[in-house]
Design a protein around this ligand. Structure first.
Ligand code: MN
Length: 242
């Protein structure tokens, strides 16, 4: 099974080069793979499956085209696009993956997650995350008119940018990275020596004690990141975005 993994594209209307890079990946790079897995934050904000901005259509169409070719396309919820639901899957042909996904990668069991679950030092973030994932919160948010949700999403993005900025200024930006204890705990719980995630925008392959490895996908900006994985190999790859 040949898999292509991406995350943290943070697509939005004002990032046409990133959208174009994804469309190219869907059209060209995916042809060598059986499965495309998107480990969250495909979108900078997903305010509901009734999203109707014009740039969204080609993205969903591109994914749908992969699915029609017989490729399996799975998407995990990120913290920016956890409202992806059945409307999205119907429009794109993708499947929503479990939050904790176990797969065989490079000949061993691997755990794939978005990664924000491991940022346990960020107490405020984890509290907000818990609140916003409740069905009542989601239902209330999705019950608002689309333009109102759009404005709320802009406000939430700004708040999170400010919170991150404050942490950076006070020299506490490690809070935004995964907590080593949380990494150890989740790898022990799922009994894996291979962990793959995104979210932190700190692309790397970490060698951990006990011949364990932690692959971190990067966010897409001037360059894009992907992981190519099959029965023997797992490789983090950076590529230019024009
Ligand atoms: Mn994220």
């Amino acid at each position: 099974m040949k898999r292509l993994l991406i995350s943290d594209l943070h697509l939005h209307a004002n990032a046409p080069e990133r959208i174009a890079a994804l469309l190219e990946l869907l059209r060209v790079r995916t042809r060598h793979f059986d499965e495309l897995l998107i480990l969250g934050d495909l979108f900078d904000a997903w305010i509901g499956d009734d999203e109707n901005e014009s740039w969204v259509d080609p993205v969903l169409e591109g994914i749908s085209e992969c699915a029609r070719r017989g490729m399996s396309v799975g998407i995990q919820h990120g913290n920016r696009d956890f409202l992806i639901g059945e409307g999205f899957t119907a429009r794109s042909g993708a499947t929503v993956l479990p939050e904790y996904l176990m797969l065989e990668v490079a000949g061993e069991p691997a755990l794939l997650i978005h990664g924000d679950q491991l940022c346990t030092d960020d107490i405020d973030y984890q509290a907000a995350r818990e609140r916003m994932r409740r069905p009542e919160w989601c239902a209330a948010f999705l019950g608002r008119p689309l333009d109102e949700r759009r404005k709320l999403a802009v406000g939430m993005r700004e708040e999170s940018r400010q919170a991150a900025g404050t942490l950076r200024q006070s020299g506490s930006e490690m809070i935004l990275d995964v907590a080593p204890a949380a990494v150890d705990a989740v790898m022990a719980e799922y009994d894996v020596r291979l962990l793959i995630h995104g979210h932190t925008h700190r692309p790397a392959v970490h060698q951990l004690a006990g011949s364990r490895r932690r692959f971190v996908l990067g966010d897409w900006d001037r360059t894009g990141w992907c992981i190519e994985a099959d029965d023997k190999r797992c490789e983090l790859i950076e590529f230019p975005i024009r």
